[in-house]
Design a protein around this ligand. Structure first.
Ligand code: PPE
Length: 307
């Protein structure tokens, strides 16, 4: 691969990238029984810093609970492993992917005696939805696939198997010439993107679907809510957004670790606002990047410095 990364932490050891392998009868490969995180490390004015590591690590452990999956390493071990992984590869801004999954022992849906395997990789990852996306926004479509309900699969656990729903929606959008999808939930209300949360701006107020809408409790979503309120905006963080409200929105944007703050400029070819990044989105996006690149001293507790 063309990335200059060469090391992965696997079950307690640092191994060469090419040697970080699993058996083809690994439980997680057959049944989607893994949990993972997506975390960004930013190259800030004070050196590389992992953004909201504590919250991501906490969600990582919580995600395993519905599957009785206990991560066999402590938070301190995983933190030290991650910092060391970044240092060893001289990474500055990078994307960190911890994963835990039922490993290889025997098949059958029940993981019975399968071990819980853990790996952490890190690599440079740019703008998730494309270089232009952050500035110019993206064209999306409302997917014909609905989000599974949180009563069917816990949507607040970042489970590997869930992402077939994300793939079905996102690939349908891309096959139809769009960059990404918006996914409605079983009730037909707006839930989120395949890999992002979604925000709506109308008459100067900000709305985002609440956790009851079968969404992932995004850490970037929480960050955007906090920053927006600090900027003086009224934020409705438990909103029920109907599909029709997407068309009449003044602004729409995605939030996510990979997506950061990405404006949405068209939905099913209906222009949102004036079809460009909206003023509230721009202000929030600027506040986000000023924060994560440490051009402000706010929220220092959200940063774990690598050095
Ligand atoms: C379904 C979903 N919803 C919301 C979010 C935003 O959550 P947060 O990162 O905590 O703000 C993500 C993150 N998607 C991750 C995986 C992307 C991928 O392609 O893989 C990510 O952004 O890292 C989701 O996968």
């Amino acid at each position: 691969d063309d990335m200059d990364v060469d090391t992965i932490w696997q079950d307690g050891e640092f191994v060469d990238w090419d040697d970080a392998q699993v058996h083809v009868l690994t439980h997680g490969l057959h049944y989607g029984t893994g949990v993972f995180e997506g975390v960004r490390c930013y190259d800030t004015e004070k050196g590389p810093a992992i953004f909201r590591w504590d919250e991501h690590l906490e969600r990582f452990y919580q995600s395993g609970k519905p599957y009785n999956m206990e991560i066999p390493f402590s938070r301190e071990e995983l933190t030290e492993a991650t910092l060391e992984l970044i240092r060893r590869q001289d990474l500055e801004s990078c994307y960190i992917r911890p994963i835990a999954f039922y490993g290889y022992d025997s098949l059958g849906v029940s993981p019975r005696d399968c071990p819980v395997d853990v790996a952490i990789a890190a690599w440079p990852w740019g703008a998730y939805l494309g270089e232009e996306a952050l500035e110019k926004g993206v064209d999306v479509m409302v997917s014909s696939w609905r989000k599974h309900s949180s009563s069917q699969i816990p949507t607040n656990a970042k489970t590997t198997g869930l992402y077939v729903n994300s793939l079905l929606a996102g690939e349908e959008a891309r096959r139809n010439g769009y960059v990404e999808a918006i996914v409605l939930n079983k009730e037909g209300q707006v839930a989120e993107g395949p890999g992002e949360n979604i925000f709506l701006v109308r008459d100067g107020e900000i709305y985002t679907p609440g956790l009851s809408q079968s969404i992932l409790d995004g850490i970037t979503r929480q960050t955007a809510i906090t920053l927006a309120r600090e900027l003086g905006y009224t934020v409705h963080d438990d909103a029920t957004i109907s599909r029709g409200e997407l068309n009449t929105a003044d602004e729409l944007f995605f939030s996510g670790t990979a997506a950061e703050v990405t404006p949405i400029r068209k939905v099913d070819n209906v222009v949102i606002g004036d079809g460009s990044r909206g003023p509230v989105t721009a202000e929030l996006q600027q506040a986000f990047f000023d924060l994560v690149e440490r051009r402000t001293d706010d929220h220092e507790e959200w940063f774990t410095y690598v050095e």
